[in-house]
Design a binder for this molecule. Structure first.
Ligand code: G3I
Length: 330
């Protein structure tokens, strides 16, 4: 009988998993055994809960929150304001033209009031704004309809509305490529300016969609130290370790090679040792899934190419990666 992951790391951080209505059933045993935090992979996003103006659909999200309660797990909410998975009506005025700033911010506020309000006391932390920083180039913020219409303070507004809706919730800015130095500095600049303006932001979410060698351990360490220096909490929000390198587009594998599994175990061991070192700042580690039977990476960057990014295999058995994470706890 293997020890439970969340118990092993209990004094350091929460261990979370992203779930969807299907995995909540198919991975039930595994989830309740090893994890003490849940995040909805898609079911709390704008398009899922608010498909039409004034019409909210909370069934799937409610079911996940119920599951978490029944099993004594925490819930991280994902996500309120994002350029993706947001319906077109949000940005339109009803006559086929773009909404204006006032209209868009009013919609943002009602959305946040409704969603954050509903889960007040159940969702302890929210990814309030997701992926607003530009990856490359000189621009700080990514081009989006939020930015176009509402201007750059759409970010501050989102945090203010969320704080009003639930003053006790921890509010996060969440992004990917968070450990790549150029983007890290942009994220740092954004958070610093929010803090300077006393915007209610409490944390930075590092998505951590990583692979066997990228980003380097040094870059991850530097990112953690840099963000922590802003006096915010850090959560790892979407961890997975792809067994493929960036440029590897092979689609012929039906199982991971022994070498992939070995390298992944080594990588996970190093990562969790590092996380442990920073557990004063780093209070939650959420995987973007739970076991290799399902991952969003099965469709990214190559549709239909299987990946094996987790600690548990497709039959929910511990992999070498699980064992090396356990060793990292000692
Ligand atoms: O629900 C529809 C379904 O009705 C339709 O028949 C089907 C056909 O493609 O699509 C379904 O929607 C899919 C949705 O997941 C729910 O399964 C979308 O096509 C698909 O694009 C969407 O992918 C999600 C992706 O975000 C969207 O950007 C992934 O599941 C989800 O894992 C992923 O999660 C993101 C985080 O929110 C933010 N950080 C990056 C991370 C990975 O991309």
């Amino acid at each position: 009988e293997w020890p439970r992951l969340h118990e092993v790391f209990g004094e350091y951080f929460r261990i979370g998993a992203a779930v969807n209505p299907r995995t909540l059933v198919t991975q039930k045993e595994l989830l309740t055994r090893h994890f003490n935090s849940l995040t909805a992979e898609n079911e709390m996003k704008f398009v899922s809960v608010h498909p039409e103006e004034g019409r909210y659909t909370f069934e799937a999200a409610d079911r996940m929150v119920e599951f978490a309660k029944e099993n004594g797990m925490a819930v991280r909410g994902h996500t309120l304001v994002w350029h993706n998975q947001t319906p077109d009506w949000v940005f339109e005025n009803g006559s086929g033209e773009a909404a204006d700033r006032g209209m868009l911010l009013a919609r943002m506020k009602s959305h946040i009031d409704e969603v954050v309000g509903r889960y007040k006391g159940s969702v302890y932390a929210w990814d309030v704004v997701n992926e607003a920083v530009a990856d490359g180039g000189e621009q700080l913020l990514r081009a989006s309809k939020w930015l176009d219409i509402a201007g750059e303070d759409f970010i501050a507004k989102a945090f203010e509305y969320a704080h009003e809706a639930d003053p006790a919730a921890l509010l996060f800015y969440n992004d990917y490529n968070e450990s790549v130095p150029a983007k890290r500095e942009k994220i740092y600049t954004l958070i610093q300016s929010l803090k300077e303006r006393d915007v209610p932001i409490h944390g930075v979410g590092l998505q951590a969609h990583w692979n066997l060698e990228h980003p380097t351990l040094d870059h991850i360490r530097e990112a953690i130290e840099r963000y922590a220096g802003l006096g915010v909490k850090l959560h790892i929000t979407e961890l997975d370790v792809s067994v493929f390198a960036h440029e590897d587009r092979r689609t012929d594998l039906t199982a991971p090679t022994a070498e992939m599994l070995e390298r992944q175990a080594e990588r996970y061991g190093r990562l969790f040792k590092l996380f442990k070192e920073y557990s004063e700042d780093l209070t939650s580690i959420t995987f973007w899934g739970a076991a290799d039977d399902y991952t969003w990476l099965d469709h990214f960057p190559v549709r239909g190419r299987k990946n094996w990014p987790f600690l548990f295999d497709a039959r929910h058995q511990p992999k070498a990666s699980f064992q090396s994470v356990l060793e990292a706890a000692r």
